[in-house]
Each structure stands twice: as C-alpha cells, then as structure tokens.
Design a binder for this molecule. Structure first.
Ligand code: TYD
Length: 135
C-alpha cells in the first residue's frame, strides 16, 4: 500500500514561516471543504470510518497526531508532526486518528462537501465495500 505524503512548500524568512496550499497544485484535487480538529481529549481515537468517494489531505498544523490507514488488506501508520507535511488519504481507505498531543490541530482539506451518505462507519461493511470480505 502506497502512502503519499507531500512536502508542502514553506515560505520562510527571519519573521517566521508560511505554507500556502492551492488546489490542484499543492493539493491534488479541487478543495470543496476545509475543517480542523482541535481540543481533542487525551486517549481519544477519531475517524474510524472510510469514504466511498471523498479524497482528503491531512496536515497537522500544530502538535502531532498518529494516523492509521487501512485499505482492507494492509495497515500503515504515519505520524504527522509538522505543519509542512500533507498526508493524502484516498477514498476507500479506513482511517483512525489517535495520540493527539495537547493543543494539536489537525487540518483537513476535502474534495467534497460534507455528505453523511459518503461515509462507511462499519468496518465489516468497509471490507465488503472494497471486496475484501464476502457478503
Ligand atoms: P465525525 O465525522 O464524527 O468526525 P471524525 O470522524 O473525524 O472523528 O464528525 C463529528 C461531527 O461533526 C458529526 O456530527 C458530523 C459533523 N461534521 C460536519 O458537520 N461537517 C464536517 O465537515 C465534518 C467532518 C463533520
């Protein structure tokens, strides 16, 4: 399973740093939505779902967070711990976010508007959806 991370271009000078993301240039899809998670309580695991068609780019803009990706066959984990690395999460990918450090902010760029019908929240249903489990 291929993990795609993007090293986001930093525009730094003696004043500090800035990262700019432009759709289809720095983010490999049209951005329809941006949201971010913050104040995540210790020990909490978020996500635990897959999307049928949504693509996302995850950037931990402050602190660090562990991301588990699972395509139904293989699982990989990635730690996002800097604001200049983006993790691409394709559709049909089960994801879990855990180990948020205190004050961590996880920003998500998404290719579609929020649509509950695009979610698969049951792991067995996900395995059936990606053809890794018989009905
Ligand atoms: P949820 O999907 O449970 O978050 P995660 O799976 O990343 O842990 O979302 C939490 C709540 O926020 C849920 O009531 C749906 C709502 N929500 C929106 O209204 N718009 C959004 O773009 C997202 C991601 C969630």
């Amino acid at each position: 399973m291929e993990i795609k991370t993007y090293r986001l271009q930093q525009h730094g000078d003696e004043r500090g740093h800035l990262v700019s993301l432009e759709e289809k240039i720095d983010v490999p899809f049209e951005i329809k939505r941006v949201y971010y998670m913050f104040d995540t309580r210790p020990g909490v695991v978020r996500g635990m779902h897959a999307h049928k068609s949504l693509e996302q780019l995850l950037v931990c803009v402050h602190g660090s967070v562990k991301i588990l990706l699972d395509d139904g066959e293989e699982k990989r984990t990635v730690v996002l711990d800097n604001p200049y690395e983006g993790l691409y999460v394709a559709n049909n990918m089960w994801r879990e976010m855990s180990e948020f450090t205190e004050g961590a902010v996880l920003m998500v760029f998404a290719s579609k508007y929020y649509d509950e019908d695009d979610y698969i929240r049951d792991y067995d249903e996900f395995l059936r959806f990606v053809g890794k489990k018989q009905v």
